[in-house]
Structure formats: C-alpha cells, structure tokens
Design a protein around this ligand. Sequence first.
Ligand code: GLU
Length: 457
Amino acid sequence: MTQSPVAIPASPPVLRFAPSPTGLLHVGNARTALYNALLARRAGGTFILRYDDTDAARSTAAFAEAIAQDLDWLGIPPDRVARQSDRVALYRAAAERLKAMGRLYPAYESEEELEQRRLSRRRRGLPPIYDRAALALTGDDRARLEAEGRRPHWRFRLDGRAVSWVDGVRGAQTVDTATLSDPVLVREDGTFLYTLPSVVDDIDMGVTLVVRGEDHVTNTGVQIEIIEALGAVPPGFAHHNLLTLPSGEGLSKRLGHLSLRALREDGQEALAVAALAALTGTSLAVQAVPDLDTLAAKIDLAAISRAPARFDPDDLAGLTAATLHLADHAAVAERLAGLGIGGGAAFWNAVRGNLGRITDAARWWQVVTGPLAPVIAPEDRGFLDQALAVLPPEPWGEDVWPVWIAALKPSAGRSGRALFHPLRLALTAAESGPELKALLPLIGRERAAARLRGEAA
Ligand code: GLU
C-alpha cells in the first residue's frame, strides 16, 4: 500500500510595517502597511508594527501613538508591537559580531573630508563612493586619531558582488554592491542608523517577507549581505511603487502630505482610503470594497506597477460614498450611535445610497425623527389635502407607500413628478433623497400627516 505524502503546512508568514515615528502616516505609508497587514491576515500570519525609532532626535511618542491610532482606524491593528529603542542591546551584539569578523570597521573621516573626497573622485571620473581609506589604518593611526579627539563611526565592509533576489513585485533583481559605499551602520556617538537594526530585527522576529517601498531596493542589496554575514537566511522582499501627489511630487511624512489623520478628519471612510491606497498603481480596478477581507483577497504583489502612481484625493470622495453605499448596518452601527443616529438597519438601508459621508446620515435622521418644516407650494395645497385624506391607517408595513400611491393616483389625477415631488417636499423638505417608499414607514403616520397639513413635525 502506498502512503500518501504528508502535507507539511508552510509556517504562517510574519510581516512587519516599520515606520519611523517622525511624522503622521500618509497614504503612501498606508499602502505599505496595508500590503503587509493584509498579506499576513490572508495567510493567518503575524503582522508586526515595529517603530524604527533609533533616531531619537526626530522620533516622538506622540507620533508613535498617532501611528497606532491610524492603523486601528484603517482596521489593521498589529498583532505585535516593538520599538527599536528597546532593543539596542541586540544591535550592539550584532555589531560586535560583525567587528569580530572584520566586516565592521572604524572610520574617522568628517563629513567635510568625505565631501572633499567625493568631489575629487568625481573630478577624476570615478564614482563618488567611499574609498575605504579607513581600512588601511593601523593601530597606531587609530590611536593618534583618537588622541586628537576623533571618535570612529563604523562601516560595513561590503563584499562588492552581485546580490540577487526574486522580488515579489519587480521579479529578478540584482544590486551590485561594488558600486556602493560601505554603509555606515553605527554613528560616532554609538547610535545606530536604520540599516543594521532593521536587519537584526527581521532576523530576530522571524520576518518571512518584507514589503516596502521601492526607495529601499538598493538597501536590500546591502541588507542581504549583512543578513548573510550574520549567518541568517534572507526573508523574501517585495518593493512596491511609490504613490505621489497629483502633481507628481513625492509624499512626505515630514511635510504632512495626505495624512491619514487629515483624511479621517475630512470624513473619508477608512475602507475607501484603504482601497484607494492599495489598488492605485496596480493593474487591478480601483473600486469600493465591503470589508478588508475582500480587499485582502484582491492584493496581488505581481499586479503592482513599476512606475510611480498618482494618488488623487479627489477620487476619494466618490470612493467614500461608494463604500458607504456598500456598507452593512453592522459595520457602521457603532459610528451611527456615536453620531446620535438610531433607526437600525431599516434606517441605514434606506439612506446609505444617498450619503457622501457618514455624517450626512444625520440630515436624514432629522427627516425621520423631526422636527422638520415641510415645504409646500401654494398650488399643491389641494393635492396634499387629497393625499392626507387617503393616507392609510396604521399599522404601517413596508408596503404603505405603494398602497397610499395606488389610492391617491386616480383621485388626484396626477402622475410622475407632479405626483411625487410635492409629496417629497412636504415629507422631507428636500428636493431629492432616499426613496420615499423606504422613508415613509420610518417617518410614521402621525409625523407624515402633520407635515402634509403643513405643520412642522
Ligand atoms: N523605517 C523605514 C521606512 O519607513 C523602514 C523600511 C523597511 O521597511 O525596512 O522607510
């Protein structure tokens, strides 16, 4: 008897979003966060929020808090939160290992000296990369420099080779690290630049896939070298295109471009922002989704374009409306309650198709609950008296509107707009809006009768 092969489940993926808490997240950051969070969610994996806060001068607790709130608002709260500022011991240990291997070496050049050397290399037609002069320093040289009061920064000695990976978005990629400067990993004051902590954390946290902006492609060549030097296997990498403003200008966290905070305060739907941020700049249709799982199911790294993509905030208004039109009552019930709006699913289903923003529901809640001053043209007075006379008695079910209209039409001798428009104006004081068929039972007989009589109710 042949035994069927045992299926070994692939271990669930671990993805992370690693913002520096130096500003408010913008839609481009949301794109990165969503890809990571939704790919993790779809596969039953883990989504980590990792604050890249080694830059103590620019990172703030308030921005970190705002980032967490923005992810909650988007509906992608992390499964785990980590702060690089809590993990410095790990980075120190990794730096010591690299030093012991001769891969991390001290260099003493000042910024001005480096700039001079770059200029002189350019003049000689050489690429302006670091010339590795510090590798030639003897122990005596170093002692002399330190006696002068110089402190070293530390550079990673690149192999200078073709580093290749298969990128989830861009396909086969190669970075020739021979064309790059040996990166500084540790500053003079002993603090770490982004490169090493990121690698150490990705290894330590078991990150399986790094999805980030294509501004990091070159870093990936460097980081794969460091990961391998530390004896680890690189995760997968996928570099998505960047979103720009409609003008083509890149988004800046520092300048507060298209911040999620501002879009939220403007009344845009989180799900609409998520759909636009994730689907713009891909071969997929940009459309409203009923929930994040639906969006997660659509995400396809291979469908992401290579060119930068313009994010047009003007598209957001339409998508916010379309998102509300799709939303189930359960998805909005809490927010409606917060706006003082009741009426349950019957009210929501009646009005959602007429909303541009969720706060517009307040106007229709007012129509349903009053008080409202009816709008009645003098020439319609008689018609509305007729309408009042045949207004069905209670109890009112869902069919009260067709029953009423069937009774009214022959006696009034009107049809179409001449029939419906005066009723709409009297009952809702508005030129247009949700179907009267759905609104009338919510308004109720007493209030409807008063409005037909011309009384505010
Ligand atoms: N803090 C980096 C950034 O926001 C993280 C890049 C990465 O994902 O490795 O660009």
